[in-house]
Ligand binder design. Sequence first.
Ligand SMILES: [Zn+2]
Length: 404
Amino acid sequence: MRATTLLSKILGLKATRVRGVSCDEKGLIAEVAPTTRIARCSGCMCRVRAVHDRRERDWRHLDVGPYRLRLRYAIRRVDCPRCGVVVEFVPWAESQSWFTYDFEDHVGYLAQRTDKTTLSTLMRIAWRTVGAIIERVVPRHRPADPLEDLTHIGVDELSYRRHHEYVTVVVDHGRGAVVWARKGKDAATLGTFFEELGKERCAQLEAVTLDLSAAYIKAVTDASPQARLIFDRFHVQRLAHDALDKVRRQQWRAADAEDKDAIKGTRFALQKNPWNLSDVERGKLADVQRTNRPLYRAYLLKETLAKILDGGQVNVARDKLLDWHAWATRSRLPPFRTVARTIKKHIEGIVAYVATGLSSARSEGLNGKIRTITRRSFGFHSASSLIALIHLCCGGIALAPVHR
Ligand SMILES: [Zn+2]
């Protein structure tokens, strides 16, 4: 068997012939060419005889044993009557890429399953290159129309880059998968989703889970007025957590030296679930109870709200939320009065959460997974790489290792 025949078999590339093989200090080089002689325009795929110029280029392909392998070909730029001067189509890679389809798909498979360091080391590419690669992998493997058949969806915002930037994510509760994501977090951002969904499919939405942000509420009610709004527990509870933290800071500023001592180091003890407290933290809370009534009241308000949201019966939950509203309003704690107003305004959407099966661990699990991915995306160049990673890992994309 000739070396080029063997290599052609190893490469396993369609519509590609191997013309020669060599090696340099970086590894093996396969000299290749498309099997068709007349170039195709990479823009419109039509055959173009007018060659503008040609330039040698290398593409990384899957390794052969311990060696890197590159494909080398003098790629032509053609003068296409429709697209202008563009590079020709090659069967082994996307026109903008310096990696073959097989290499990129293999990276995608690993990015779904393994950590940054393993992936970068194994494939010998930088993490930010992984970001650029999966931006191409995702469109090739996503379902043709992920927005088909949506009835129960969830909208959430994700912050990244130390809370300076945001991405809006839409999940399908039915499939437990991310179906849409875009940079930004205002009403216009989410409005784009509903535009893409179209009038007919907007009318088919039955329920939307979301946080209590006015921007999202407006976008949903404008586009899908019939959909039931459901505010998830996680976000309602976060309002109370934030209010408690505000009270703690106010009390700290107003306190004298001795009272400051009692407040010092209570932040985590106050926010934790009571059954997770250490002995030291329990002691801290007892100090607060003794010395700082307003702060302890805020703590009880936060804890009670959590218990109400834990309950399983809608009418009981509604009554208890109204009691809680009255208590918070009388509490003389302005941050909690604000929370009380918000809760009263959206009470039906909050009890709807208790009523529906959407309080499932499954959607919370998906949320947790998206947040882990966001942390993992650190080092990527752009929001589009983060969004691609979210689709890759939570969008129901099935990839297999490249085996022949
Ligand atoms: Zn063209």
